[in-house]
Design a protein around this ligand. Structure first.
Ligand code: ATP
Length: 697
C-alpha cells in the first residue's frame, strides 16, 4: 500500500493541495496536515521558508534528497517536493499520531512502558541499520523525530541535520557549528576532536531510550552549555536501579551498552538489533492499541502544547524565567539544530550560575573520569556511579559547572589533548584548510574510490536570497548577556509572538542580528549521492566494530573566526604549567573571581605562618635565655644548643616558605590584574557594537 503510494505521481503544484491545521513546528519548518486533492490522500506538508534559510540551502537540499532517496519502511520518505513562492514544500506521509514526544507530552508524561519502548526502539534501530548501511548518519535521533501513524507504524523522520559518511573535502570542513540537539548529542560530537561516525547515532539512540522511559531526556532542563559540560564530564546517564525498578535488566543493559563514552566500545546498529530487549518488542497493532488509540487529533494536541508553552512564558514574563524553564521551552519545541558559535557559548556560559564559586566537581563525577569507565557502565554499577541527572528534582548545586571546566571535561572524557580541542573550537580555520589531516585524506582517498553520482542542484534554492536564520537553531539565551546587535525571532517557536517573554523578544533581537550578520556557516558544496547498491563494499567506514579510523569529520564545524581572544586568553591561562601554581590553584579556577579565594587563603596562610614564626622566635629567645642563665645540668646544656639549631633551621625553612608564598601571592595578584584588564578590554569591545547598533537605530 505504502509502496504503491510512493510510486504514485504526487502533484508538484500547491494548488493541488488543501492545507489544514498546523501539526508540527521545527527549527526550519512548519508542518501542516493537508489533502492531496487529485489523489484524495491525506498528507503532511513541511513548509520551509527559504528566505529564512540563511546560507543553509545545501542542508535543505540534502534533507530533501535524502528523504526522497531513502527506501525503508521505518524511514519517513518524501512523496515529492516543490517550491511555492519563497517556500519549499515537502510532501510526505501523514503520521496521524504525531511524534513519540507529542504522545508522551499528551498522555504519558512519565514515559512509556517497556514493551512500548522496546517496540519503538526496535523500529528506530531498523531504520538506523539501513541508514548506516547506506553511509548515512542521522545525527538527530530523538523521540521528537520518531513518528507514528494511526496503525502504529513507526518511522524515523527529520533528516535536516543528517550527514553522509562520504561527506568530505570542503563540505566536511566548512561547517562551523556542530549539529544535533545537545541532550542527545554524543560526547565525541561535542568534543570535535577525533571526528565522529555512525556511533554518534548509537549514543543518541541510548538517550532516546532514556527519554522514552522517563518522558524527558537526561539533562533536558539545563541550558545547552551545561548539558555539554555534563555530558563530557559526568558518567554517562543510565537507568537507575532504585528509581527505574519497573524496567528489566535487559533494558538497563541496552541503555548502558549504548551510552559508553568511547564510541569504539558502542555496538553497531546491526549488532544492537540482536539485543535481548527486542525479544520483548511487539507489533504495530500493539502500539496502536496501547499508545495511539484514544489520542485526541494531532492538530488539537499540537495546539494544546502551544497553549501550555504560551502559559509557561506568560507566567515567567518580566525576566523571571529561569534558565531551566528556558531550556525546557526549547525541549518542548523539540528544537534540533543548535548553532554553537562563540556568542552563544559566551551567553550560555553566562547563564551558568557562577555563584558556586570555583570549579565544583562532585566527587561522584570524578568517577566518570576513571579509566575503567566501561566497568562503571555495567548496569549494576550505574546506580552507585551515576549522578542522578535524570531526576528533575536534582539540586541545582550538584550540577553547576564553570565554563572553564570544559577543558577538564574534554581531557577527562578522552585521552586526547583537550586544549587542542578547544583550539579547534576557537581558532580561525577556514573552509579551505590547506592541511587536511591524515584522517581527512584517508577519507578522501576512500571516497575517491566510490562511484559518485552528482545530482543536479535545486535551482530555486540557489536563487533564493537567503540571509536569515539557518536550519540550525541557535542557543536561546537572553541577549542582554553580552551579545551585541539586534536579533530576529527565529522560526520554530510554538507560541504566538505577542506573548513572548523578555527572553523571547531578546531571541527575536538576536535573530535580527543574525539576519544582518549571517553566520559563516556554509554548507556549500555539491550534493553528492553515491550509488547505493554496493555502497557497503566501498564504505570508507564499514559499520563494523571497532569504529576507529572511521572519521567523517575532524574539525572546523565548531570554529569561531573572530572575537576569540577571550577564549585564547583562557586557553593560555589553562596552558600555564600546573607546577607554577600553588596547591589549590588549578587551571580551571585561573580566573579573576576564581583566584581571589585562593589568594585570600594564601594570605591567611602566610599570616598564620608569621604567627607561628614569631611564637617560635620568642620560644627560642626564651630557650637561649634559659640556657644562658642555667649554670648546671649537663643534659640541659647539651640539649639546649641542639634544639636551638633545630629550631633555627625550622625558622629558616618557614621564612623561606613565607617568602615563597608572598611571591606567589604577588604573582597571582599580578596575573589576576592582567586577566581583569583583558576581560575589561574584551567586554568593552563586546559592548561597542551594541552601542553603535543602538545609535544606528
Ligand atoms: N509526516 C509527519 N506527520 C505528522 N507530523 C509530522 C510529520 N513530519 C513532522 N511532523 C511534526 O512536525 C514536527 C517538526 O517537523 P520536523 O522535525 O521535520 O521539522 P524541523 O524543522 O526539521 O524540526 P526540528 O529540526 O526542530 O526537529 C515534528 O516534530 C513532528 O511532530
Amino acid at each position: 500500500m505504502e509502496h504503491a503510494l510512493l510510486n504514485r505521481r504526487f502533484p508538484t503544484n500547491s494548488d493541488e493541495y488543501k492545507l489544514y491545521e498546523e501539526i508540527g513546528e521545527g527549527v526550519s519548518a512548519t508542518v501542516y496536515r493537508a489533502l492531496c486533492v487529485p489523489l484524495d490522500i491525506m498528507v503532511a506538508i513541511k513548509v520551509l521558508d527559504l528566505e529564512k534559510c540563511n546560507n543553509d540551502l545545501d542542508g535543505i537540499r540534502r534533507e530533501v534528497q535524502t528523504m526522497s532517496l531513502i527506501d525503508h519502511p521505518n524511514l519517513l520518505r518524501a512523496y515529492c517536493s516543490f517550491t511555492h513562492g519563497h517556500q519549499l514544500w515537502v510532501v510526505m506521509p501523514y503520521m496521524a499520531a504525531g511524534s513519540a514526544l507529542h504522545i508522551m507530552k499528551t498522555s504519558f508524561p512519565e514515559g512509556f512502558d517497556e514493551p512500548v519502548i522496546a517496540t519503538l526502539l526496535r523500529e528506530v534501530l531498523k531504520a538506523l541499520v539501513y541508514l548506516h548501511s547506506q553511509g548515512h548518519i542521522h545525527r538527530d535521533v530523538k523521540a521528537g523525530n520518531i513518528l507514528i501513524d494511526s496503525n502504529g507504524a513507526v518511522k524515523l523522520g527529520d533528516f535536516g541535520v543528517s550527514a553522509c559518511m562520504f561527506d568530505t573535502g570542503n563540505r566536511q570542513r566548512a561547517r562551523n557549528t556542530f549539529v544535533g540537539t545537545p541532550c542527545w548529542m554524543a560526547p565525541e560530537v561535542m568534543q570535535q576532536l577525533h571526528g565522529y561516525d555512525y556511533k554518534a547515532d548509537i549514543w543518541s539512540f541510548g538517550i532516546t531510550a532514556l527519554e522514552l522511559a522517563h518522558g524527558h531526556a537526561p539533562f533536558s532542563k539545563y541550558p545547552p552549555m551545561k548539558v555539554l559540560l555534563m555530558t563530557l564530564q559526568n558518567a554517562p546517564p543510565g537507568l537507575d536501579y532504585e528509581r527505574d525498578k519497573r524496567f528489566s535488566k535487559s533494558f538497563k543493559d541496552l541503555v548502558a551498552t549504548c551510552l559508553v563514552k568511547d564510541p569504539r566500545k558502542r555496538p553497531s546498529s546491526e549488532k544492537l538489533l540482536k539485543h535481548s530487549l527486542f525479544k520483548h518488542a511487539r507489533s504495530a497493532e500493539y502500539l496502536a492499541r496501547s499508545i495511539v488509540d484514544g489520542l485526541p487529533p494531532l492538530g488539537e494536541r499540537f495546539r494544546e502544547l502551544k497553549r501550555k508553552e504560551a502559559e509557561l512564558l506568560l507566567n515567567n514574563k518580566l525576566g523571571q524565567e529561569t534558565k531551566e524553564q528556558l531550556s525546557q521551552k526549547e525541549y518542548i519545541r523539540g528544537i534540533s539544530g543548535w548553532n554553537f558559535n562563540l556568542e552563544d557559548l559566551k551567553n550560555a556560559a553566562a547563564l551558568i550560575d557562577s555563584s558556586n564559586g570555583t570549579c565544583h566537581i562532585d566527587a561522584r563525577d570524578n568517577k566518570s573520569k576513571d579509566d575503567s569507565q566501561n566497568a562503571h557502565n555495567a548496569p549494576e554499577h550505574i546506580y552507585q556511579e551515576r549522578v542522578n541527572h535524570v531526576s528533575s528534582g536534582m539540586p541545582e548545586e550538584d550540577e553547576i559547572q564553570e565554563v572553564e571546566d570544559l577543558n577538564d571535561a574534554l581531557s577527562s572524557s578522552f585521552p586526547s589533548r583537550p586544549l587542542e580541542a578547544l583550539k579547534s573550537c576557537f581558532d580561525v580555520c577556514g573552509a579551505d584548510d590547506p592541511n587536511p589531516t591524515a584522517a581527512d585524506s584517508r577519507v578522501q582517498q576512500n571516497v575517491g574510490s566510490v562511484p559518485v553520482l552528482q545530482f543536479p542542484k535545486i535551482e530555486h534554492c540557489r536563487s533564493a536570497n537567503c540571509n536569515g536564520e539557518s536550519l540550525e537553531r541557535s542557543v536561546s539565551v537572553p541577549m542582554n548577556l553580552g551579545t551585541s546587535g539586534h536579533h530576529k525571532h527565529s522560526s520554530g517557536s510554538l507560541i504566538p509572538e505577542q506573548v513572548l517573554s523578555p527572553y523571547m523578544s531578546a531571541d527575536l533581537e538576536r535573530d535580527e542580528f543574525r539576519q544582518k550578520n549571517p553566520s559563516n556557516r556554509n554548507r556549500s558544496g555539491p550534493l553528492l549521492f553515491r550509488q547505493m547498491k554496493d555502497s557497503r563494499a566501498h564504505l570508507p567506514v564499514a559499520p563494523e566494530e571497532p569504529s576507529e579510523g572511521k572519521i567523517i569529520r575532524r574539525r572546523g564545524r565548531f570554529q569561531v573566526t573572530s572575537d576569540s581572544i577571550s577564549q585564547k586568553v583562557a586557553a593560555s591561562a589553562c596552558n600555564s604549567s600546573r607546577t607554577n601554581l600553588p596547591i589549590g590553584v588549578t587551571r580551571q579556577n585561573l580566573r579573576p573571581s576564581a583566584i581571589l579565594p585562593t589568594l585570600q587563603f594564601l594570605m591567611q596562610q602566610s599570616t598564620m605562618q608569621k604567627e607561628v614564626l614569631s611564637r617560635l622566635i620568642s620560644s627560642i629567645e626564651e630557650t637561649s635565655d634559659d640556657s644562658e642563665a642555667s649554670t648546671s645540668g649537663s643534659i640541659q646544656s647539651c640539649g639546649g644548643p641542639l634544639r636551638e639549631k633545630e629550631l633555627q633551621s625550622y625558622v629558616v625553612q618557614l621564612q623561606r616558605s613565607v617568602t615563597e608564598l608572598v611571591d606567589e601571592v604577588q604573582r597571582l595578584k599580578l596575573r589576576n590584574n592582567q586577566l581583569e584588564q583583558q576581560i575589561n578590554a574584551l567586554s568593552r569591545k563586546d559592548e561597542r557594537p551594541l552601542t553603535e547598533d543602538n545609535q544606528q537605530r
